[in-house]
Design a protein around this ligand. Structure first.
Ligand code: AP5
Length: 212
């Protein structure tokens, strides 16, 4: 299965991806995680680091190159779940070309819907365990006392507004793009994470039954 999770910052893409990859035995490909790993390793272009920290979008060409290499890894042979890519129509066009060149197609694009007022609150209180990558929320899903917590630079209030604006301005064009291809499935992203997972699985089930 090749599926894409689309949604604004804080809509729960990472939270859901971690559950879904466990269930389907396919990897999560998160461009945000890949960029942050490069940042920690000191290999990220300093211009991209500044863009990320301020809440902007890294140039399309750099992101497309990253995905082109990643989908050839052995763990992708039975499919993958894209989280945070594509974010723009040029990225979506490039993905289609990359997949077509390998004889592959997208099965579903899942859009997580959450109101902007809830997103800010989710992001500002998000913390990630550096060792396990587990995502927590200080109020809704508090971390255990021994977690080694990290507060993302782009989760500070001054960057959060900019990220939400960037999503609305640039990725809003993605939804009609995938809708026109008949791939888009809207999922209500409000409620307990396990309730959202049940809705995502139901949407994926519908895709599989439509295909058979
Ligand atoms: P990226 O890492 O992709 O960040 P994002 O899209 O902003 O998404 P987030 O990781 O912030 O949110 P999420 O939807 O995964 O939510 P989460 O599950 O953590 O990208 C970071 C940056 O990298 C970008 O700004 C850009 O600069 C660059 N970049 C990456 N990809 C790029 C691309 N393709 N092109 C260009 N630039 C790119 O949940 C958030 C919080 O809510 C957590 O605290 C969680 O515990 C809580 N939560 C989750 N679900 C629920 C729920 N149901 N109820 C209550 N709380 C919940």
């Amino acid at each position: 299965m090749i599926a894409i999770l689309v949604g604004p910052p804080g809509s729960g893409k990472g939270t859901q991806a971690k559950v879904l990859t466990g269930k389907f035995g396919i990897p999560q490909i998160s461009t945000g995680d890949m960029l942050r790993a490069a940042k920690t390793a000191g290999t990220l272009d300093p211009r991209y680091r500044a863009i990320m920290d301020a809440g902007g979008l890294v140039p399309d060409e750099a992101m497309i190159e990253l995905i082109d290499k990643r989908i050839d890894d052995a763990d992708c042979k039975n499919g993958f779940l894209l989280d945070g890519f594509p974010r723009t129509v040029p990225q979506a066009d490039a993905l289609e070309r990359l997949l077509a060149g390998r004889g592959l197609t997208i099965d579903a694009v899942l859009q997580l819907d959450v109101a902007r007022s809830l997103l800010e609150e989710r992001l500002i209180h998000r913390r990630t365990d550096k060792r396990s990558g587990q995502i927590y929320h200080l109020v809704y899903n508090p971390p255990p006392p021994d977690a080694e917590l990290e507060h993302r630079a782009d989760d500070r209030p001054e960057a959060v507004g900019k990220r939400l604006d960037a999503y609305e301005a640039m990725t809003a064009a993605l939804l009609p793009y995938y809708e026109a291809k008949g791939l888009l499935r809207r999922v209500d992203g409000v409620g307990k994470p396990e309730e959202v997972t049940a809705r995502v699985l139901e949407a994926l089930g519908r895709v599989q039954s439509e295909e058979s």
